[in-house]
Design a protein around this ligand. Structure first.
Ligand SMILES: Nc1ncnc2c1ncn2[C@@H]1O[C@H](COP(=O)(O)OP(=O)(O)OP(=O)(O)O)[C@@H](O)[C@H]1O
Length: 228
């Protein structure tokens, strides 16, 4: 589903944010992306989302080589990628329902289908009874789940999350991770950037570790005795 082949990203003449990164994530795989601040996690996600282009190497998503993709096709590819952010970027002047409906409205989904699909997404994250509320009335964990419902409402095959549990306590973080696991079980490929080593270790999933732009591990966490 995602393939990086010798991918490097240089933002300015002397600084390399990513250096010859190689990895492959299969359909339905859930993996973590970790590393110190500035190691290149957000840059790697931005290359997948087509917010940045690589300076060298190839990024392939869903069989499509992104390097040479014409600009007019970028919105089409982005529709197939759900994105969850730490600060969830909800609109506080709209209801929970309207926030989740937004991607469908942008895509021009008929009004009759929107209600059904929004409720299916809210049901998956356990918030069906809060659809008429304003996100401001919800807890941090609930707001994050609204963000996840919005990211999956159009059933993207790929879900990216950038520090999705950054503001949450350990119990709520575990709930959010459980949701991501459920999506991967139905075939969604999930890549989660996180600093939370304790949470990553507890999940026992494959972990891609960046160090100053280089991918230093990309193994399953449980393959080594100490989990590193
Ligand atoms: N638009 C940009 N222009 C120039 N340099 C950038 C840009 N975006 C990121 N960088 C640099 O690239 C390097 C990697 O940054 P990136 O944001 O990918 O790291 P990160 O691992 O996501 O960090 P954090 O955990 O703090 O979000 C950093 O040195 C950063 O300063």
């Amino acid at each position: 589903m995602i393939e990086f082949q010798q991918v490097s990203k240089r933002y300015d003449s002397d600084h390399m944010a990513l250096k010859q990164v190689n990895f492959h994530l299969s359909r339905g795989e859930l993996a973590f992306l970790t590393g110190h601040s500035g190691a290149g996690k957000s840059t790697l996600l931005k290359l997948i989302m087509l917010m940045e282009r690589p300076s060298a190497g190839q990024v392939v998503v869903g069989g499509q080589v992104l390097n040479t993709l014409p600009r007019r096709q970028v919105p089409y590819i982005r529709r197939h990628i759900g994105v969850v952010f730490q600060n969830h970027q909800l609109l506080f002047d709209r209801t929970v329902f309207d926030n989740v409906a937004m991607p469908l409205e942008v895509m021009g989904v008929p009004a009759g289908d929107i209600g059904r699909r929004v409720r299916a997404a809210l049901d998956k994250v356990g918030l069906l009874n809060k659809e008429r509320m304003n996100p401001m009335q919800l807890s941090g964990g609930e707001q994050q789940r609204v963000g996840i419902a919005r990211a999956v409402v159009n059933k993207p095959p790929l879900l990216l999350a950038d520090e999705p549990t950054g503001n949450l306590d350990p119990e709520l973080s575990a709930d959010i991770m459980h949701l991501f696991e459920q999506f991967s079980q139905v075939g969604v490929t999930v890549l989660i950037a996180s600093h939370d080593i304790a949470l990553i270790d507890a999940m026992g999933r494959r972990t891609l570790t960046l160090e100053q732009g280089r991918l230093v591990t990309s193994d399953a966490a449980m393959e080594s005795a100490d989990g590193h």
